[in-house]
Write a protein that binds this ligand. Sequence first.
Ligand SMILES: [Zn+2]
Length: 323
Amino acid sequence: MFATDLRITDCHCDTTWRMGKNDYDFSRRNSTGHLDLPRLLEGGVGLQFFAVCTAPLKERSCLHAALQQIGHYHRALALNSHHLHNLEHEEDLAAAEQKGKIGTLLALEGAEPLEGSLELLEIFYILGVRALSLTWNHRNHFADGVGEKLAAGGLTRAGRKLVQELSRKGIMLDLAHLAPRCFFEALELTERPPLVSHANARELCDHPRNLSDKQLKALAARGGVIGMSFCPYFITGEAEASLEQLIDHFIYVAALVGVEHLAFGSDFDGIEKTVTGIPDAAAYPALLEALCKRGFHSHEVELIARSNVERILRENLGKRAPP
Ligand SMILES: [Zn+2]
């Protein structure tokens, strides 16, 4: 039904923390975890975001942990250069496709590794970071995460500057994990279309990580895209979720704001439980099939699976202000 060149795009996985472990080899098929090179190839993935997430690790230094993970990422790239192409500039999108390689994009999940310093942002840019979320679930130098609950406020002054710097540098702003007030403030400040890399619809599942209708509409009004997460807790509020229940979220968001704002944000290797029938990155064909069965046309599936994210990536990676 789908051309093999569909090149599925996934906006979020946490696989880099696995890359340094003894029991994991990115180049081979692993019996643990959700994602490695063989499973990306089998699933038809053409563009994979790799997030570096350090806040939940409780390491002494988030900066140290981030640099370690970025080192592992670049090692995986070097060892698999015949299959992978790191996306740093707009033209890399076409280059990866022409060479038949999987485009990979390095992201920071939570700006904790900056340790409050905007100067470090340029260093992370040089290391290849092209997407960044301001915080994980808690308060940091820049913003409050959803975990702060009623105590959550707005962006700090440094947070406001960081959002503006991201637009200047051509690093995509990721609004996932942000407390609502920070979400709306960042959306107001950004000059490029933002991403919410992994979340679902609050109206269908009242989880604090999900987006309200108001948030979804505001995101769409700025030309942004939401990667729908495969985390069962964000889909049903429980440890289990069916493929049909995941598709319900796609249908809901498409009806509310339009299919041009939808994408995949698996959260593979960041979740413990998976959607029934979607155990890992090799399972995308089943997801595409299910979207079709529930009424999405093939051109709409292509938008969700690939083109929406490519559109905002082009708008983010292009034209950068001098450092
Ligand atoms: Zn996350």
